[in-house]
Design a protein around this ligand. Structure first.
Ligand code: P53
Length: 483
C-alpha cells in the first residue's frame, strides 16, 4: 500500500509534448522545415556535459537543408505522432490523463511566411487530433510556438525585433485561435519564454560559453518584443471568453550555497533575473526595478515603442505555467558547477543529479509553487516535469522504471503539500507521457515517457509503443491517489 495523496477532484493531471519532438512528417502535407528539424543529432561524449556539444550556429542549420538523407536529424521524424496520434491519444486516456499539452507546428500552418491563406492540410491535421482528444474526453493545452522557428525566418535573418517576424507570428497565432478556440481552452503563446529569446538569438550569434552573458544581454530587446507580441495575443483572445492565455517559463529555482550574506544576495539576484523578471513582466505588466538597474549598469537599452507599456499593463497572462526539472545553487565563493537550463549552476551537496547533470529536487517544486503564489496570486500550472534516462526494453517488452515512479511520486507529493499550504495550482502535465526526441540534445536515448517508443537515435526501429512499469503505476495513482 502506497501513501495516499490529497488532490482536488478537478485537478488536471496530464502529459506534455511538443510538435517538433513527436510529429515527424516534416515534409508531408505541405509542411516546410523548422529550425528544430535542422539541429543534427550529435553523439554525446559526455552526457553530464551536453552544453559542450550543443553549439548550434546558423551556419550549421543552413548546411542541414541540403542534407536530406535525414537520419542525423531526429526531429524530422519524431515518434511519428503524425501517423500514430490515435493510438497515442488512446494510450494517454487509458492511463487516466485528463489533459494533453501539445504544440502546433508553425510551418504546417504557414509553410512559406508569405502565404495568403493558411495551409488547409495543416489545419486539417490538428483538427483531427483535437477531434480525437474530444472523443477521448481529454482537455487540451496548446503551445503556439514551442522552439520551432520556421526556416524561412532564419533564411531571411528575421529576429523578434523585426516587424515582419512579429506580424507573421501574430497572423499565425490568431489563425489557430480562430480555428480551434472551441477545442482548446488553455493556450501558451511561447514555450519557456526565458530560454526562447536567447536560443533564437543564438542562431544568429552562435553560442560562446564565455560570452553567454553578453548574448543574453543582447537578447533582452528580442524578449521585449516577445512580451509585447504575447500581450497582443492576449488582447486578441478576449473575443473568445471561453479561452485562457498563460505564460510558460523554464523554472530556475536556486538556493544560496550557504548562509554567507554575500551568497544569499547573489542568489537573490539570480532568482530575480532568471525567474521573477519574466513573471513580473507578464503578470504585473511592467519591468521591475532590479531589472532596470541591471540594464542601466550593463548599458542595455530596451527599444520600446509608444503603446508597449500600456499593452503590457492591460494584458497580463491569465495563469502562470512553468517547467520544473531541477534546482541549482548560487554563490560568489565557489565555482563547482553542474548543468542548468541554459547556464551552468552550482552543485548542491544535498541533491543527486540525473545522468545529464540535472539535480533532482522535489521539495524545490513546493518551494517555487509557494513563491509564485505568494507573489502573484493567480492560478498556477506545472506544464513540464519529468526525468530523462537511458533505457532499453527488457525480455518482457517493458522497462522497470522504478526511478521514474520515485521521481514522479515525490514531485506529486510536494504539489499536494503546496496545495495544503494554500497554493492555487490547478494542474500538472508530466514531460512526457511518451518517449520523444530530446529538445536539448536531439537524441531518442534520453527517454522521459511512461510509454516506450521503439526508435533509436537514428530512427531505426519499429516505432511500436510499449508500456513501462510507470504507466501502470500512474494509472493506479489516478484510480487510488496512492503513490
Ligand atoms: P530535454 C533545458 C534545456 C532545453 C530545453 O529537455 C528545456 C530545458 C529544461 O528547462 O526545456 C524543456 O529534451 C522543453 C522541452 C524539453 C524538456 O525541457 O533537452 O520545453 O521541449 O524536451 C526536456 O531533455
Amino acid at each position: 500500500m502506497g501513501k495516499k495523496l490529497e488532490f482536488p477532484k478537478e485537478f488536471l493531471w496530464g502529459g506534455a509534448t511538443a510538435a517538433n519532438q513527436i510529429e515527424g512528417a516534416y515534409d508531408i502535407g505541405g509542411k516546410t522545415l523548422s529550425a528544430a528539424e535542422m539541429t543534427p543529432y550529435i553523439e554525446l561524449m559526455d552526457r553530464s556535459n551536453p552544453s559542450e556539444t550543443r553549439k548550434i550556429t546558423k551556419e550549421i542549420l543552413l548546411e542541414s537543408i541540403d542534407n536530406k538523407e535525414g537520419k542525423h536529424y531526429p526531429k524530422r521524424y519524431g515518434i511519428d505522432f503524425y501517423h500514430r496520434y490515435k493510438e497515442d491519444i488512446k494510450l494517454f486516456k487509458e492511463a487516466g490523463l485528463k489533459i494533453f499539452r501539445m504544440s502546433i507546428s508553425w510551418t504546417r500552418i504557414f509553410p512559406n511566411g508569405n502565404d495568403k491563406t493558411p495551409n488547409k492540410k495543416g489545419l486539417d491535421f490538428y483538427k483531427c487530433v483535437f477531434e480525437e482528444c474530444k472523443k477521448q474526453n481529454l482537455e487540451v493545452m496548446v503551445t503556439i510556438n514551442h522552439f520551432d522557428l520556421p526556416l524561412w525566418a532564419i533564411e531571411k535573418n528575421l529576429s523578434w525585433t523585426d516587424k515582419e517576424m512579429q506580424e507573421n507570428y501574430l497572423l499565425y497565432a490568431k489563425t489557430v485561435i480562430d480555428e480551434f478556440n472551441e477545442y482548446v481552452k488553455y493556450w501558451l503563446p511561447f514555450n519557456e519564454i526565458n530560454l526562447y529569446a536567447f536560443t533564437s538569438k543564438m542562431l544568429n550569434d552562435g553560442l560562446d560559453e564565455k560570452n553567454i552573458m553578453k548574448t543574453i544581454i543582447s537578447s533582452y530587446n528580442d524578449l521585449h518584443k516577445l512580451f509585447v507580441t504575447q500581450a497582443k495575443v492576449i488582447e486578441y483572445s478576449k473575443k473568445y471568453p471561453n479561452i485562457k492565455i498563460g505564460s510558460m517559463v523554464a523554472d530556475s529555482t536556486s538556493y544560496s550555497l550557504d548562509c554567507n550574506p554575500l551568497n544569499v544576495i547573489e542568489n537573490q539576484k539570480m532568482e530575480h533575473m532568471k525567474k521573477f523578471f519574466y513573471h513580473d513582466v507578464m503578470v504585473r505588466g511592467e519591468y521591475p526595478g532590479y531589472a532596470l538597474r541591471l540594464f542601466n549598469e550593463l548599458g542595455v537599452k530596451i527599444d520600446k515603442e509608444d503603446g508597449d507599456d500600456i499593452l503590457l499593463k492591460n494584458n497580463p497572462v491569465q495563469f502562470i505555467t512553468f517547467s520544473y526539472y531541477m534546482s541549482g545553487t548560487h554563490s560568489v565563493t565557489s565555482d563547482e558547477k553542474t548543468e542548468g537550463n541554459f547556464m551552468k549552476v552550482g552543485k548542491n551537496p544535498f541533491l543527486k543529479a540525473t545522468e545529464w547533470g540535472w539535480q533532482i529536487d522535489p521539495i524545490g517544486l513546493r518551494y517555487v509553487l509557494n513563491q509564485l503564489w505568494d507573489r502573484y496570486q493567480i492560478p498556477l500550472f506545472v506544464s513540464e516535469n519529468g526525468i530523462g534516462v537511458l533505457e532499453t526494453l527488457n525480455e518482457n517488452n517493458t522497462v522497470e522504471d522504478d526511478y521514474r515512479i520515485e521521481y514522479l511520486g515525490k514531485h506529486f507529493e510536494q504539489i499536494s503539500e503546496a496545495i495544503k499550504d494554500g497554493v492555487n495550482v490547478f494542474g500538472y502535465t508530466m514531460w512526457t507521457p511518451i518517449d520523444v526526441v530530446s529538445a536539448g540534445t536531439s537524441e531518442m536515448s534520453k527517454r522521459y515517457g511512461m510509454i516506450f517508443v521503439d526508435y533509436d537515435d537514428y530512427h531505426n526501429g519499429t516505432g511500436n509503443r510499449y508500456l513501462k512499469k510507470s504507466y501502470k503505476w500512474f494509472k493506479n495513482f489516478m484510480e487510488t491517489s496512492e503513490i
